[in-house]
Design a binder for this molecule. Structure first.
Ligand SMILES: C[S@@+](CC[C@H](N)C(=O)[O-])C[C@H]1O[C@@H](n2cnc3c(N)ncnc32)[C@H](O)[C@@H]1O
Ligand SMILES: *[C@@H]1O[C@H](CO)[C@@H](O)[C@H](O)[C@H]1NC(C)=O
Ligand SMILES: *[C@@H]1O[C@H](CO)[C@@H](O)[C@H](O)[C@H]1NC(C)=O
Ligand SMILES: *[C@@H]1O[C@H](CO)[C@@H](O)[C@H](O)[C@H]1NC(C)=O
Length: 311
């Protein structure tokens, strides 16, 4: 009797098991079919809307080719503020960065006055004809220079704008650190507790050349300074890029600077032909121009992109 009952219950259990398995099977078959279906549909739709383009190597000479479906990576969604009238630019920067006091006031501070030279300027290609040609062409009211060092190119531009009777502000973006070890070649630039006095010597040079009304430093990294200018609506009619010469630095500086270029303005930079970082500047400039449909011109050692000229 007990045995029979056991058997029956066993039989019952087996039946249950079969039932459950059947249901499970039906369910999982549905899953498999659904999966196959969605995969096929996805595959079909994806092959119709994208065509695969193999990545192209970046070459030294030709502009790079970027597959259209990879351009999304370069998208920036923040917007710059409406552009400030150029006559408000200087005061805006003095207010926002220098607590409303000219950085040249009470210069030099006592702890550096003995350590500065009356004038100490050294640049690279800072007197090239490109400066005069572009300043005559653009007649800029605001120039943004990214990479200033001791001020050679900035003071040259101040001379040129003054000669043309333009009332130009030249904003000098530089962290005024140079680069680690730059004092191997500039031993006369002093250092206090590891703080190089590049900023103070630059200020001294601006004062020496009577250019304090024209030239204003923005002593910060190019990334943070350019982002703030965008946020404050400061735009440049002419922008010069001459800071880091590796691809990543040049790429970031050009892209950030482009956002604060006044429509119709010109952006240009040094060392298009330099071997630094396997022609990092050139690769960055070419890639940028390619993506934005712009034309790269060269002038001496400089590259020039005129925002009014499209390819
Ligand atoms: C080649 S020098 C500029 C020379 C200057 N345009 C001239 O012709 O006289 C490069 C300058 O870029 C600055 N620099 C490099 N990377 C920077 C960064 N990320 N932010 C701010 N300044 C930077 C250095 O401090 C250095 O003074
Ligand atoms: C900014 O300027 C105001 C007014 O001149 C002054 O009271 C204040 O101490 C200054 N702040 C700093 C951080 O220098
Ligand atoms: C600016 O021009 C003056 C006179 O033309 C010249 O003496 C001076 O060296 C120039 N300064 C720079 C920084 O080019
Ligand atoms: C700066 O201005 C002073 C006073 O007007 C003048 O004596 C000096 O020659 C000027 N310096 C330069 C480099 O132009």
């Amino acid at each position: 009797m007990k045995e029979k009952e056991n058997q029956r219950s066993l039989h019952h259990n087996q039946k249950n098991l079969v039932n459950v398995t059947m249901k499970l099977f039906a369910k999982s078959t549905a899953y498999v079919i659904l999966l196959l279906l969605s995969y096929t549909l996805g595959y079909l739709s994806s092959t119709t809307s994208y065509s695969y383009t193999p990545p192209q190597p970046l070459t030294d000479d030709g502009p790079a080719i970027v597959p259209a479906n990879q351009l999304d990576n370069f998208r920036v969604t923040t917007r710059c503020a409406d552009s400030l009238p150029s006559q408000l630019v200087r005061q805006t920067i003095v207010d926002r960065i220098f607590n409303a006091t000219s950085p040249y006031a009470n210069f030099p501070p006592p702890h550096v006055s003995q350590l500065l030279r009356t004038k100490r300027v050294k640049g690279w290609g800072s007197y090239g004809g490109v400066f005069e040609r572009l300043i005559k062409k653009v007649r800029p009211r605001v120039v943004v220079e990214v990479g200033t060092f001791l001020g050679a190119s900035a003071l040259h531009m101040a001379n040129l704008t003054r000669q043309l009777g333009l009332e130009t502000q030249i904003l000098c973006v530089d962290d005024f650190r140079g680069w680690p070890g730059f004092r191997d070649k500039f031993k006369d630039i002093h250092m206090i507790n590891g703080d190089v006095l590049l900023y103070y010597q630059f200020m001294q040079n601006v004062i020496y050349f009577n250019a304090t009304d024209t030239v204003l430093p923005l002593p910060y990294s190019s990334g943070s300074a350019l982002m703030k200018l965008c946020e404050w609506g400061v735009v440049g009619d002419l922008i010069e890029i001459d800071a880091g010469h590796d691809f990543n630095s040049a790429w970031a500086d050009i892209n950030r600077a482009w956002r604060i270029l006044r429509p119709g303005g010109v952006i240009f930079g040094h060392d298009y032909f330099t071997a630094a970082d396997n022609r990092g500047v050139r690769r960055a400039v070419n890639l940028f121009a390619k993506i934005n449909g712009l034309q790269v011109q060269t002038d001496g050692q400089h590259w020039v992109i005129d925002s009014t000229v499209n390819v």
